[in-house]
Each structure stands twice: as structure tokens, then as C-alpha cells.
Ligand binder design. Structure first.
Ligand SMILES: [Zn+2]
Length: 99
């Protein structure tokens, strides 16, 4: 799987060891551990995508970044779980298919 973030296409690599997840914006690669329950993998992937967004947008303050990204990833996951129709609409809308 690849995820386009800004002008880069990040390959998503499912790893069997190491951290829950990692993002290298310079390499343009995201790693996610497959040793977690699927929902934790999804939250971790969102977390790493947000790090990539943070880099793409050249946002400041790394110390603030970790707390902000953690809150945003959990918040996004919760919104997506609680609002499947919104998520479906969002996907369609982002692809230009929304009504
Ligand atoms: Zn992080």
C-alpha cells in the first residue's frame, strides 16, 4: 500500500519488530508494526501519516508536535469509527465524487 502525502507517495511497510510505527519524511517511508490489533495498527498509521503531513507543511515545534499528532491521530480514528457515513462521504468527496 502507498499513501500520497503532499507531493510524496509513502510506501506503508508492515514490520514485525521495532516500534509501533515510524515515519521518515526524508525517505518518504512509513513503517507500522503488524504485532498489534488491527485497530491499533490503523491508529498508528494515522499517527505516522500526521507526522508526514507535519513535515510536508513544515510545521514547527517538535516537542509540541508529538502531543498534537497523538491527539489528532486518536481524534481522527474516533471520528472515523463514530461516523462511517462521514468517512465514506469524505473519501468520495476527496475523489471528486461527493454530492
Ligand atoms: Zn509520533
Amino acid at each position: 500500500m502507498k499513501v500520497k502525502i503532499g507531493y510524496k507517495n509513502y510506501p506503508i511497510i508492515w514490520s514485525t519488530d521495532g516500534d509501533c510505527g515510524n515515519c521518515d519524511p526524508n525517505l518518504g517511508v512509513i513503517w507500522v508494526s503488524d504485532k498489534m490489533p488491527l485497530e491499533e495498527q490503523a491508529v498508528t498509521l494515522l499517527h505516522e501519516v500526521l507526522h508526514a503531513i507535519w513535515s510536508d507543511r513544515a510545521m514547527p515545534e517538535k516537542a509540541i508536535e508529538e502531543a498534537a499528532v497523538d491527539g489528532l491521530s486518536r481524534g481522527l480514528a474516533t471520528v472515523f469509527i463514530d461516523n462511517p457515513e462521514f468517512l465514506e462521504w469524505l473519501g468520495e468527496a476527496l475523489n471528486g465524487d461527493g454530492d
